[in-house]
Design a protein around this ligand. Structure first.
Ligand SMILES: *Cc1c(COP(=O)(O)O)cnc(C)c1O
Length: 375
């Protein structure tokens, strides 16, 4: 069987009857925008998240943009982001004429830490965007404390970490995306909770902010034809909500399947000197959106080619630090050396990771990696 980076078809086939029936029902109902499935999914996701307010929207990038608009961030305000992330995180900051201030990440967990953020805080700083990269939470407790001390908003980019749980020092546990002022997620098909097109959602525990977000996402509309803010049109459509409402029931199962696959990789890839398997954070569960290894001695690109030639798809997330992208040359600023980001960009390699990955496939992948290293 062909190995895939993500197996969306295999996953669909296991729940095909349920999905097909729900789609047919929604189509026959013809309530394509804001149909009952949207309300149902929104409620179910809210209870999955432990009671946060959930505002569905069109995609994860919109979620970030709408969140920043609803928080009232203004041109010139600085927003601290990791330099090692997907472009969307910083792009919306630029789009709103805010200034992205890019900082380095912790090379063990690929996430920003309090220390990275601290030195970037200045008089214009208004918000921090921790990205829970590859499926585990940034170390939020110290970040939230730092934000509180400095009066900063915390906008969690949890596009890759839905279902990850963070444990605070007093034992309290919270879902990724529900710890800061706002959480933003994506239902892009390959995300851990993916729909069959584009989708996203915004979470907040603050009911007043929730109302604002809802308005901004709907043309700034307070009630029909009363527009209080300049907003956008960003909606999750009914068909996608119907799919997500079914898949949400399986999310914990999907996370377990990913964790089991990650544990197998850990075992099969142990003892390779020039390869470092992912480090689990002390206080966050990992939902393995990606299983990302570090390859030493500049051998990453050669290994990638070697595996691809054997029919094993692998990916580099992310090859270029954000601050080196042309789009950010003139709008962003950086604080610190960003040395770790630079190093990660040349050494990370993400292996196939999805809910349908079999032990047999992983044995083949691991054996191929070992043969590259002549082991
Ligand atoms: C996927 C992703 C986004 C954007 O989501 P879209 O739904 O594709 O707009 C934002 N941030 C991160 C970290 C992502 O991985």
């Amino acid at each position: 069987m062909k190995i895939q980076m993500v197996d969306l078809k295999g996953q669909y086939e296991k729940i095909q009857l349920e999905i097909d029936a729900a789609l047919l029902k929604a189509i026959r109902n013809a309530s394509f925008i804001n149909g009952p499935e949207v309300a149902s999914f929104t409620q179910n996701l809210a209870s999955y998240l432990g009671g946060a307010h959930v505002i569905p929207c069109a995609n994860g990038t919109d979620a970030l943009q709408v969140a920043m608009m609803a928080l009232g961030l203004e041109p010139g305000d600085e927003v601290i982001v990791p330099s090692f992330t997907y472009v969307a995180t910083a792009e919306v900051i630029g789009l709103l004429k805010l200034t992205p201030v890019m900082v380095d990440v912790d090379p063990l967990h690929f996430n920003i830490t309090k220390t990275n953020i601290e030195e970037a805080i200045g008089p214009k700083t208004k918000a921090i965007v921790p990205v829970h990269l590859f499926g585990q939470c940034a170390d939020m407790e110290p970040i939230l404390e730092l934000a509180r001390e400095n009066g900063l908003y915390v906008i969690e980019d949890t596009a890759q970490a839905i279902g990850a749980v963070y444990t605070f020092s007093d034992g309290t546990q919270k879902q990724a995306g529900t710890m800061g002022h706002v959480g933003c997620t994506s239902f892009f098909p390959s995300k851990n909770l993916g729909c069959y097109g584009d989708g996203g959602a915004i979470y907040t525990n603050d009911p007043i902010l929730a109302d604002r977000i809802r308005m901004v996402a709907n043309h700034g509309q307070e009630k029909k034809y009363v527009h209080k803010y300049i907003g956008v049109n960003s909606r999750l459509d009914t068909l996608q909500a119907a799919i997500l409402d079914i898949k949400l029931k399986y999310l914990d199962q999907y996370s377990s399947a990913r964790r089991a696959a990650a544990d197998r990789y850990d075992r099969f890839l142990a003892g390779i000197d020039e390869l470092k398997t992912p480090v689990r954070a002390r206080n966050s569960t990992h939902v393995f959106h990606q299983y990302t290894v570090l390859i030493a001695n500049n051998k990453r690109d050669a290994l990638k080619q070697y595996l691809e030639a054997l029919g094993i798809p692998v990916m580099v997330y992310y090859p270029v630090p954000l601050n080196e992208q042309e789009a950010f040359k003139t709008i962003g600023s950086i604080v610190g050396s960003l040395h770790e980001t630079k190093r990660l960009c040349s050494s990370v390699l993400s292996l196939p990771m999805h809910t349908e990955l079999t032990e047999e496939q992983q044995v083949f992948i691991a054996d191929s990696v070992k043969s590259f290293f002549k082991l």
